[in-house]
Design a protein around this ligand. Sequence first.
Ligand SMILES: NC(=O)c1ccc[n+]([C@@H]2O[C@H](COP(=O)([O-])OP(=O)(O)OC[C@H]3O[C@@H](n4cnc5c(N)ncnc54)[C@H](O)[C@@H]3O)[C@@H](O)[C@H]2O)c1
Length: 499
Amino acid sequence: MACHGRISTSTAQLGLPELRLGIIPGMGGTQRLPRLVGLSKALELMLMSKSINGGEAYALGLVDAIVSPDELVKTARSWALDIVESRRPWIRSLYRTDKLEPLGMAREILNFARDQAQKQAAKLQHPLICIDVIEEGIVSGPLAGLWKELDSSRMLQSSETSKSLVHIFFAQRATSKVPRITDIGLKPRGIHKVAIIGGGLMGSGIATALILSNFLVILKEVNENFLQSGIGRVKANLQGHVKKGKMTQEECGKAISLLIGVHDYEHFKDVDMVIEAVIENVSLKQQIFADLEKYCSPHCILASNTSTIDLNSIGEKTMSQDRIVGAHFFSPAHVMPLLEIVRTQKTSSQVIVDLLGVARKIHKTPIVVGNCTGFAVNRMFFPYSQAAALLVDHGLDVYQIDHAITKFGMPMGPFRLADLVGFEVAVATCTQYLQSFPERCYRSMLIPIMLEDKRTGESSRKGFYVYDGKRKASPDPDIKKYIEKSRSISGVTQSPKCR
Ligand SMILES: NC(=O)c1ccc[n+]([C@@H]2O[C@H](COP(=O)([O-])OP(=O)(O)OC[C@H]3O[C@@H](n4cnc5c(N)ncnc54)[C@H](O)[C@@H]3O)[C@@H](O)[C@H]2O)c1
């Protein structure tokens, strides 16, 4: 941006992604970008660490010409000569003002950006510092902006936030390297056709993620009604993408054509992988895996999306332990970036490498973990949700807890999340923990009591919150009676402060 001109190819990626690492753009980036593309667009690109392609950059004025890759150097050379010999103007972006909004309007834009940044992550300081630095340049001139940028950059580089975000950056890249699995010369086998058993919340989300990446998907349900609901959920997920402008109606139609709904195992003969996503019930899963062994080819990967159940137990009635693996997605499966790949002592390395390949294709971050109750993620998550239930039995308010957690920076609180996950899954999960670690679990009766009254969470539009047709959650005064009952069963003596 400090050059007198910029030439790009149409596909080059351009952006200032520094905020993702807890720092701000340096070397004048905070000052030059607003002067080249205008304040609003510059804020969007910097605060969201968004990259754009050459074509978009040209439309915004970030680059001055688009040429084909083989013309790039030649054109750049001729532009350089033109500039040096004054056939083209010497443009110094730092002193341009034509794209900058008048001061009053600029202040409004900056304040709006501050509000947005705080809403998105209330605890993060560096987005606000970035906005202050940009403002300094606009109010006091570009040189003052450069000095402030330099001071702020130095300070942020040693911040805890930056150290943590840099750690995450490298950790995410390291997840696909698993010692003695990915370093022994194995290559992922071609996986093209995947069957999913169960088209509920998770099955439909997993199906969406797969067809979005061109996998052919067979979706099996118990009957036509359930099947149509499952397919309906996949279509709704895709329409969500269309509405957000992430795909066209035509691409949506193409994706849905990759999905085939079935009621039996006839289509399972030639699938490369099955992902089971039925309710969290050990004997049902055991039966399904025994059936899969009969109907699928001997090379087919047999995966379960179970949240908590020991995979050895799921595969107990089969002779296929080497191809049984956990493929644990998180809700909503077509949105959440994590895929927990669970290996037992017997899961073959090839199967893990294959699943890592699938994760890459569907743009998930894989983590390969060992097999135990709750694996890695729910093993950490369960104590957190238990603590929330314990606090309610001690007298704290459900909505206050959720509010405190979102204010802390999490996207949703534990009770809103329980609604999203669904109470049946929550109770089944809790049962697994109670069996495995009875001495370490707190047995809250709150969710089972609500479930008895046919509250199942967001899917039935009634959980800790009530939901309108647009899935907007509102607190429900009615839940008081369940809380009181749970408290009386728990026998916890409430501290007066908590009431
Ligand atoms: N809900 C979550 O947030 C979440 C997150 C990660 C993992 N999981 C796990 O995913 C699995 C599914 O959970 P869910 O929330 O999607 O449940 P769900 O109740 O929404 O869906 C389960 C579906 O499986 C179908 N089904 C039951 N038996 C079947 C059979 N024999 N053949 C075909 N379909 C059958 C049911 O009709 C239902 O539609 C569970 O093991 C759960 O622990 C859930």
